[in-house]
Write a protein that binds this ligand. Sequence first.
Ligand code: ATP
Length: 363
Amino acid sequence: MTTVEYDHVTKQFDSGDQEVVAVDDLSLDVEDGEFLVLVGPSGCGKSTTLRLLAGLETISDGEIRIKGDVMNDKKPKDRDIAMVFQNYALYPNKTVRENMSFGLEMTTNLTSDEIESRVQETASMLDINELLSRKPAALSGGQKQRVALGRAIVREPTVFLMDEPLSNLDAKLRTDMRAELQQLHEAIGVATVYVTHDQTEAMTMGDRIAILNDGELQQLATPLECYHEPANEFVASFIGSPSMNFLSLSYETNTGMGTSGSITYRFTNEQREELGEQTSVRLGIRPEDVEIATEEGPDTVEAVVRVLEPMGKESIVHFDVAGESMTASVPAEYNFESGDRVRLKLPRDRIHTFDTDGGATIF
Ligand code: ATP
């Protein structure tokens, strides 16, 4: 069953003589209990997508439904949602207990006893019972974040909306909170729409991730599908760290060879069929799939070592391949120095290819 539906949703901002299409004909569903992450670079429209669902922006075109009910003209308070913001948005003059209970007092007919027991229960879940009498100024960043979560959870909404809720926390706390949020989500089982610009956060937290660019949905799939089967070059380059390498090759149908400067790469017969009549192709390969070749072969290319970044067990090595840069993670025992010439193997069962016109995946 579906909790949230975006049905051909467009949001256009008119600021003076400039029109910005922040969300462009977006259709996607959030299933019951699903943790859906909206991810993409700055300005891609992810916050606007969330704010449209929250009712903080009006929709220019299309429809948003929650549990089948059209939300377009409903006020935020009538949408049965709870939102957690990056800056926590706690009331500074209220205690933690009051911050958590206030929404319930305003929007429900629960008795004060019922409200108190919900607050206690949620506080136990988040381990913040001891903080209930404090004001926000007396809390650490991580504690404020828990209270902000508590305030959302206590309302028992149909859907949680979270806009970069961990971005103000330091790296260690952020990693801990990620895991904790996932556990909370599993325990509560309420559909969640979570915005982040951080692909690692998206990959580790999302049941599915929706990757946006320029207001358009690029791919909606599980993290592993996005990693292994990216819909296009944008997704391929956005997901994965370090990023996928790309080589622009001229392609000759007759020979099945891709060339760039002095390098040649021979595709398999099966791959040639998929490449069809292309005259050029973008070859992509992830740094973890690049190998140091021990001999020449149809899938090897010459490379020059540029920079070495030792990471302990492995090193990230930056190479120059036919004038383009390529990175590979290689075992630390390779003691490369800048200027070394090596041969890299780009295993043919590991490569991706993209159309040079528009970046759609070929295989
Ligand atoms: P970030 O990660 O930087 O927060 P985002 O992906 O969340 O970015 P949005 O904030 O949704 O992106 O913005 C999408 C586009 O819409 C941007 O080009 C932005 O400048 C524009 N935009 C957002 N809000 C408004 C507004 N109120 N008026 C005009 N343009 C806006």
